[in-house]
Design a protein around this ligand. Structure first.
Ligand SMILES: [Zn+2]
Length: 305
């Protein structure tokens, strides 16, 4: 597993394994080779692929809106990539959830005077410090927070930023672009691996299944769904991901009811055949990813039974 891949998935390790917060220090990862690729999703909606979560971008005469901001060392590269599609000021930044590969640039963008927007729980968790990490400075915190849904109006577009059930975390938001017919799903949906349930940050399996259904209900037949990680997908792709999540839930629950420990469930690897169904883009999950997934799922399901 590459260092960068490890970094991206560290959030889901059991807390005990994160006893040394230094593991998360950004200095350990070399971002110098990361290149930002610009992809058009639809109309004036784009996404930036670099290291970390997909960055949604809305451009137009009113200015630029960003969704998520990857890691702090990449902020300048992200701005440079945005400059290839717009020369207007960056005005707003929405965080889909609290994880560092989506909020790592907040301090840099906050210092540029860009208004950061997120669900209430994202601000609370960033202010407290995530997974034992340092508290975010005030400038990195969302200045606009919401509880249920809010609307943004710029560039002729109407955006709905809405809370999803506690799925990947307890601060997951979707961002829906009504005119472009695009939804940024954050990490509730991804095409590069298993569903991620971060119980330490309020995520649940039941909420994941409900949130995926909410995304399916929000989408139309032609809606382009941008995952937190991976490639632009369809409503059917999200529905399939949900069905596989339900099947994984059923299988792990069965083993829990049989009294299996986490170690026994990991040894049984009950979701082996689902791995490539979840990861429809990129390489199949490796053993470490499977271990993290089963650990997160097992712990969440034990508390949900
Ligand atoms: Zn995440």
């Amino acid at each position: 597993m590459s260092n960068s891949k490890l970094k991206n998935t560290l959030w889901s390790l059991p807390v005990a394994l994160l006893a040394a917060p230094a593991v998360l220090a950004q200095g350990q990862q070399d971002f110098s080779q990361v290149q930002i690729k610009v992809h058009q999703v639809s109309g004036n909606v784009y996404y930036l692929e670099g290291q970390g979560g997909n960055v949604g971008v809305l451009v137009g005469d009113d200015g630029v809106l960003m969704i998520d901001d990857q890691f702090a060392p990449l902020s300048e590269k992200l701005v440079a990539a945005i400059r290839t599609i717009s020369n207007k000021p960056i005005r707003m930044l929405v965080n889909t959830h609290v994880h560092g590969d989506h909020t790592g640039g907040n301090e840099n963008f906050g210092k540029m005077g860009i208004d950061i927007i997120a669900h209430d729980n994202v601000r609370v968790r960033l202010a407290r410090g995530v997974n034992g990490g340092a508290a975010s400075p005030a400038v990195a915190l969302p200045v606009v927070t919401f509880g249920d849904t809010m609307s943004l109006h710029l560039n002729g577009e109407t955006l709905t930023v809405g809370k999803l059930p506690p799925a990947h975390t307890d601060g997951d938001s979707y961002i829906r672009f009504a005119n472009a017919d695009v939804i940024h799903a954050g990490d509730v949906f991804r095409t590069v691996g298993y569903p991620g349930v971060d119980g330490n940050n309020g995520g649940t399996v039941k909420g994941t299944i409900d949130a995926l259904q909410a995304l399916v209900d929000l989408a139309g037949p032609n809606t382009k769904i941008l995952p937190g990680h991976g490639v632009v997908s369809t409503r059917e792709d999200v529905a399939a991901f949900r069905a596989n999540t339900i099947e994984a839930q059923r299988r792990v629950n069965e083993l829990i009811k049989q009294g299996m420990t986490l170690e026994q469930v990991v040894a049984a690897n009950p979701t082996a055949d689902l791995a490539t169904k979840f990861a429809t883009s990129g390489p199949p999950p490796d053993d470490a990813a499977t271990l993290r997934f089963l650990t997160g799922f097992y712990n969440a399901l034990k508390s949900e039974l």
